[in-house]
Design a protein around this ligand. Structure first.
Ligand code: ADP
Length: 912
């Protein structure tokens, strides 16, 4: 029941009950007092009349007739009592000879007919006898009226001489009570109405506040990071509650925001660090595999490649050190090994270390270092500070200069790193010193980094009792100033001995990654790929080591490569017509123009098939991959990659390109189908696989026209498997291409292996605008052997079948969901089922159930179910029997080959 109704009902009940009792009490009081009044009136008048009648009798010498004349006059004085309900007054003699003689009598006009003894000289003896006792009795007067009779017996010398009866009606009393009742009813009505109005008003105010509070709580539940304004300003408890809630919501939303920010930072750190770590790793893997191929081909691997590997490994080491430092800072246990050392020399050393980096970017690195500045501190950590600041300056500057200044003022060493780079917006000046913080915006995000450098730098500087600050303007440049206390000048101690041990440690020479690719020491070797599909590949990467690693590998595979160190350079190369690549391998994170943007530009003039674009990315977040695919990339490869994987992907895309070109030039259906078959075969995974939880066997027979059937799976942890079966509408090359996109989309979604609905939604999201009128039916099943359950979701596909060996029954897995490509944001229902060891799961496409025989009958689920129940124990054998019965049903004699009308695909999974 609503609060308002409750308040209304209870207040009405309270008013009605309390006023009811009050009315009852008042009426009772009134009745009692009126009755008492009547009794007093009746008995006093009876007594007075008796006495005055007796006096008249005495005065008239005991003559009743004479006395009656006197009394008749005086008794008329009773008239005013009529208002009080006087019905009659009778006074009679009780003397022997005059027994019952009426001495005085009065009857009110209204009750003339009810007088006890109207107009008689004598009262009947029995009536008189009944009055012979002083007291009160109730008598009926009229039909519905009650009267009270008061009798008085006047005694003379111990004998009752005169009997008087005064009769009073109750009507005046009852009239008065009725009037009181009416008055009470009237006031009761008013009180009820008033209390209704008041409680309505109060309850409305209360429930309005509650409604506001409920709405706010619901809203807050949905969006806990937004501020809540309740607009309840009353000073009562509701106002207090609202204020408390607002305060609580504010605290929670602040915490939610902080948590979200931390979560975002954590994701960012993960993405950044993996990217940062993967870049040198990629170099190491790529270069070492090129060296391996060279060795295999009897060549000497180049020493420069070894240098590059060494350089990459050191870069990796530095990053891991940075992460370790960060973790130490977080746990506040970074130890500083302090010594007095020449900061001036340290600056020069750092500058010489980083100069090649600046030269490589065409930037001048200027140094203005005052000689002989000594500080007490940890030289290794302070070198890290200088390297962080100078390498940031070089990183974020594309033209102009970077300068490193050192001077001493009043025992404080002042170190300044100035650049003419992209600058930092004022609002971010404080934040860049926070862990993992990176200035947002494309300009800055095109550069690699973890967002850790400045946080580590600041902690080190503060650990030395110093300060760090930044002055910067966007597009103008930045100046970072570090002030270190307790510095001193010691011109005499310019001996660089201090760094001798360091020099030994850091002796590894930085190789020059700038050296042109053509000079690389890897000699051309015969192509390892004998498919004959080679092409010119444009490789775009701003990391020279990566560039070197990729091209070395591609050359080994027999491709012709052209390189560009930025998307801009690649754009110019292509616009000038100097290069006409068959395929572009594109790094995603590059300054100024990143991989996504360059893909979009390329797609303005070249279609997906004219120029395949493969993104090389160390980012493994699916949102980045989706972004790349929607920018127009054909595929992506995550760094570090295996050369075999890179070759396979390149081959597929070159093949597709060739297919489309052949199709355009020859317009030959046969070649299209050939191609479609090749594509289809290239996207299907191995047909048998075994994990600790499942054995999977697949069957795929392409129809004459290739029907676009597709299956794929990913193996999860602890033997879990996620299997996708799909059927693309239509036939031929278009369907085959969609199958290949489905494969890419499925691998993007593989993060959510245990969430079938999310997998299908993500397929829908990625493929939706690429289907070009086609659609895909699919079912995805996740098998979780640890929990012994399967979870499935379906997109308009034939329901898969689950055979329970112990019950010898077959169940359909048919959760609801529309085919992929119909709706922008479809809902896929998920179903969960338990299973027992030995149960069998069958995923299939409609090619099987819709196979028809000469009579036009369909093979149908019924036969499939029967096959499952009677099926062989071995999954391979089961598939062979199934194929055989489908073929026989179709009327193809066993052993003969006649391609089916639609692709036949089945995946059988035995659950272990
Ligand atoms: P990162 O590894 O991302 O460079 P840092 O902590 O060193 O991390 O820097 C944090 C952020 O501060 C950088 O991502 C960049 O946005 C900004 N930044 C640092 N130095 C400079 C600079 N010299 N010019 C412009 N922006 C800079």
């Amino acid at each position: 029941m609503k609060l308002r109704i409750k308040i209304l009902l209870s207040s009405l009940l309270i008013v009605a009950v309390s006023l009811g009792f009050f009315a009852w009490f008042i009426l009772r009081q009134q009745r009692d007092s009126l009755l008492a009044d009547m009794q007093i009136q009746g008995s006093i008048h009876a007594r007075i009349i008796s006495r005055s009648v007796f006096n008249s009798l005495l005065m008239n010498g005991g003559d009743p007739e004479a006395a009656k004349i006197d009394t008749s006059d005086s008794i008329k004085m009773m008239k005013p009592l009529e208002k009080k309900g006087l019905v009659s007054v009778v006074s009679a003699l009780n003397a022997a000879s005059f027994k019952g003689f009426v001495l005085a009598e009065y009857a009110s006009e209204q009750y003339a007919d009810q007088a006890a003894h109207p107009g008689q000289r004598y009262i009947a003896e029995d009536l008189l006898n009944s009055w012979l006792k002083t007291g009160e009795s109730q008598v009926a007067c009229g039909t519905d009226e009650l009267c009270h009779r008061f009798t008085e017996v006047f005694e003379y010398k111990g004998k009752p001489v005169i009997v008087t009866a005064v009769t009073l009606s109750r009507r005046p009393m009852e009239d008065a009570i009725r009037r009181t009742k009416h008055g009470i009813y009237f006031f009761l009505g008013i009180a009820v109405v008033l209390s209704f109005l008041v409680s309505w008003f109060l309850s409305s105010a209360l429930s309005r506040n509650f409604a506001k509070l409920t709405r706010a709580v619901r809203l807050f539940e949905r969006r806990p990071d937004e501020n809540v304004e309740l607009a309840i300003r009353s000073k009562d408890e509701a106002g207090e509650l609202a204020a408390t809630f607002e305060h609580m919501a504010e605290v929670i939303s602040r915490q939610v925001k902080e948590l979200k920010e931390m979560d975002r930072l954590k994701d960012q750190l993960l993405a950044n660090t993996t990217h940062e770590l993967k870049t040198p790793l990629n170099g190491i893997i790529g270069l070492s595999s090129a060296m391996k191929s060279a060795l295999a081909a009897g060549e000497y691997p180049s020493a420069e490649s070894l240098d590059l590997i060494h350089y990459s490994a050191r870069r990796l080491n530095r990053m891991v050190d940075g992460l370790l430092d960060m973790s130490k800072i977080r746990h506040k246990d970074m130890s500083l090994e302090k010594a007095e050392f020449p900061l001036s020399l340290l600056c020069l050393r750092a500058a010489s270390l980083l100069r090649p980096l600046a030269v490589q970017k065409g930037i001048e690195l200027r140094t203005f270092v005052e000689h002989g500045v000594y500080v007490t501190g940890d030289p290794e950590k302070l070198e890290q500070v200088i390297i962080n600041l100078v390498s940031n300056a070089v990183k974020f500057t594309s033209e102009g200069f970077v300068s490193l200044n050192l001077e001493i003022r009043e025992n404080t060493a002042i170190l300044r790193v100035t650049d003419t780079g992209i600058g930092i917006p004022e609002a971010e000046h404080e934040k860049i010193f926070e862990s993992f913080y990176q200035v947002s915006g494309e300009a800055s995000r095109a550069y690699e980094g973890t967002g850790l450098g400045l946080a580590v730098t600041k902690s080190i500087v503060e650990g030395h009792g110093g300060t760090i600050c930044v002055e910067s303007e966007t597009e103008e440049g930045s100046t970072f100033t570090v002030k270190l206390p307790n510095a001193k000048m010691d011109k005499g101690a310019q001996n660089p001995d201090f760094f001798e041990t360091w020099e030994a440690r850091e002796s590894a020479v930085l190789p020059n990654p700038q050296a042109p690719v053509a000079e690389e020491g890897i000699s051309p070797v015969p192509p390892v790929d004998s498919s004959g599909i080679h092409g010119t590949i444009l490789v775009v990467d701003d990391d020279p080591i990566n560039l070197r690693a990729v091209t070395a590998n591609l050359k080994q595979a027999g491709h012709h490569t052209v390189t560009a160190e930025s998307a801009f350079a690649a754009k110019q190369l292509m616009e000038s017509g100097a290069v006409k690549p068959d395929l572009v391998l594109l790094d995603v994170m590059m300054p100024k123009l990143n991989g996504f943007e360059f893909t979009k530009i390329l797609r303005e003039s070249k279609s997906l098939y004219e120029l395949p674009i493969l993104l090389l990315t160390a980012k493994i977040r699916s949102s980045d991959i989706v972004k790349g695919l929607s920018a127009g990339a054909n595929d992506y490869i995550t760094k570090p990659f295996e050369s075999s994987e890179l070759f396979a992907r390149i081959k597929t895309h070159l093949m597709l390109k060739k297919a489309v070109e052949d199709h355009h030039t020859l317009n030959s259906i046969r070649s299209e189908l050939e191609m479609a078959k090749k594509i289809q075969n290239s996207v299907l995974p191995p047909f048998s696989v075994k994990t600790s939880g499942a054995v999977l066997e697949a069957l795929y027979i392409a129809s004459a026209e290739v029907g676009g059937d597709f299956f794929d799976y990913h193996i999860g942890q602890n033997g879990a498997v996620g299997v996708l079966i799909a059927d693309v509408s239509g036939h031929g090359i278009a369907s085959a291409l969609i199958s290949s996109m489905t494969k890419v989309a499925f691998s993007v979604a593989a993060d959510h292996l245990d969430q079938p609905a999310t997998i299908l939604r993500s397929l829908n999201q990625i493929l939706q605008d690429k289907l070009d009128g086609h659609f895909i039916t699919a079912q995805y099943i996740y098998i979780d052997p640890a929990a012994r359950k399967i979870i499935s979701a379906r997109a308009g596909h034939n329901p898969s079948l689950l055979f329970s060996r112990s019950r010898q029954s077959v169940m359909e897995l048919n959760p609801r969901g529309p085919a992929i490509g119909f709706f922008p944001d479809p809902i896929f229902v998920m179903e969960e089922h338990g299973y027992e060891i030995g149960d069998r799961l069958l995923l299939y496409t409609d090619g099987i159930t819709e196979t028809s025989n000469a009579q036009g009958e369909l093979f149908s689920e019924v036969r499939l179910t029967k096959l499952l129940t009677d099926g062989a124990a071995d999954p391979k054998e089961f598939l062979a029997t199934m194929l055989d019965s489908v073929e026989r049903f179709r009327g193809v004699p066993s052993g003969e080959n006649k391609s089916p009308d639609d692709d036949l695909t089945a995946v059988v999974i035995d659950l272990l």
